[in-house]
Ligand binder design. Structure first.
Ligand SMILES: [Zn+2]
Ligand SMILES: [Zn+2]
Ligand SMILES: [Zn+2]
Ligand SMILES: [Zn+2]
Length: 369
């Protein structure tokens, strides 16, 4: 190999490689742990502390001899070793260093370019500016792409840094890149929409504590409340919702029923439990319930002074089987008005009774030693 290091950073290649890596590793949510990822690429990892202990030196000595405070990659005999400074107190910065080094490796900086210095000492920031900018672009697109920032349901910089596990500066930088070159970045948003579908579309109802994944849901399908927000529990607002003892945000697990890919219930009718539901049946032959739950709007006999009648909506043609309300227009569901589902309040009571029963059972059955 006698390839010459390119004069200009190959931004497009770095960007594409970051997306391919996210796709290849089946990463579907943030923040993700970088160390197992390096392991998957057979990259060895050691901390400055380990190197210092083994060589009888101090971490400061390692920083001086490597020429970098954060980390570097050493390539020798076909093996990669990433060294990083674990004493950096900002964890987002360590993640950045590891992603940056992964970028050097994925972009084949050590094997495509014939620079003996590269292989002997690893890459240092000052010597290989072009390759370093490529590795930085890789890290930025891998951990906090402006194309992702563009479609996140929140825009607060400090919340973004918490949710993606990056430093405040990295979040600011990504936001600025999006502002400066909106077209360049937004054209890549479709990759993130698909790859991180559940992460982006998870919702949480503040009223009945239902957590669910539905794109464009404005109302809670269980209780009909409009108090629905992005269900990422790392958001700072959820601090106030956490249980004081368990530190967890309460989630109520409402009963749901298995469906086919098209959203039609399978196995058995949820109202009469008839198990003879052939694939082309639109209705249960025993009780007449539809095999797909859908929005019915607000029928005349369900409307009153406060709720005017309303036609079924376009989007609500297939709803989850346990939906009492249409998440798109707030109308009623077919299963709710045909009494295939109890009211959500009744189901909460039932869940709580079962919990109490379970707890008293386990208290009785104390281990006798
Ligand atoms: Zn570098
Ligand atoms: Zn709800
Ligand atoms: Zn039935
Ligand atoms: Zn609807």
């Amino acid at each position: 190999m006698n390839n010459v290091i390119p004069k200009k950073p190959r931004f497009d290649l770095a960007c594409r490689s970051a997306y391919q890596t996210l796709h290849y590793l089946k990463i579907h949510s943030f923040p993700f742990n970088l160390l197992p990822i390096l392991g998957k690429f057979n990259i060895m990892v050691a901390t400055y502390g380990e190197v210092a202990r083994r060589s009888g030196k101090s971490i400061q000595d390692i920083i001086i001899s490597t020429g970098t405070e954060d980390g570097l990659t050493i390539y020798a005999h076909g093996t990669y070793i990433v060294l990083y400074n674990e004493t950096i107190s900002i964890s987002g910065r360590i993640r950045w260093t590891l992603a940056h080094e992964l970028g050097h490796i994925v972009l084949k900086h050590f094997t495509d370019f014939d620079a003996t210095q590269l292989t002997r000492c690893g890459l240092t920031d000052s010597e290989y500016k072009v390759l370093d900018r490529e590795a930085n672009t890789f890290a930025s697109e891998f951990l906090c792409s402006p194309a992702l920032i563009n479609i996140l349901p929140i825009s607060n910089t400090s919340a973004i840094s918490t949710i993606l596990g990056i430093s405040y500066e990295a979040a600011m930088y990504a936001k600025k890149k999006l502002q400066d070159y909106p077209l360049l970045h937004t054209r890549h948003s479709s990759f993130f929409r698909k790859q991180f579908y559940n992460f982006l579309n998870v919702k949480y109802c503040m009223n009945c504590h239902h957590r669910f994944i539905l794109k464009d849901a404005k109302f809670c399908p269980i209780c009909g409340s409009e108090k629905v927000q992005w269900g990422n529990f790392k958001q700072p607002t959820f601090i106030f919702f956490r249980n004081k003892e368990t530190k967890e945000v309460p989630v109520m697990h409402y009963k749901n029923y298995p469906t086919t890919e098209t959203g039609r219930i399978k196995d058995q009718c949820i109202r009469c439990e008839n198990e003879d539901l052939k694939e082309d049946f639109k209705f249960c032959p025993i009780c007449g319930l539809s095999t797909t739950n859908k929005c019915v709007g607000v029928p005349n006999d369900w409307s009153d002074e406060d709720i005017p009648p309303q036609a079924p909506c376009e989007l609500g043609q297939t709803l989850p089987p346990n939906a009492r309300y249409c998440p798109y227009c707030g109308g009623y569901s077919d299963y709710y008005i045909h009494q295939a589902l109890p009211s959500w309040e009744d189901e909460v009571k039932q869940i709580q009774e079962e919990d109490t029963e379970y707890n008293s059972l386990s208290a009785d059955e104390q281990i006798p030693f």
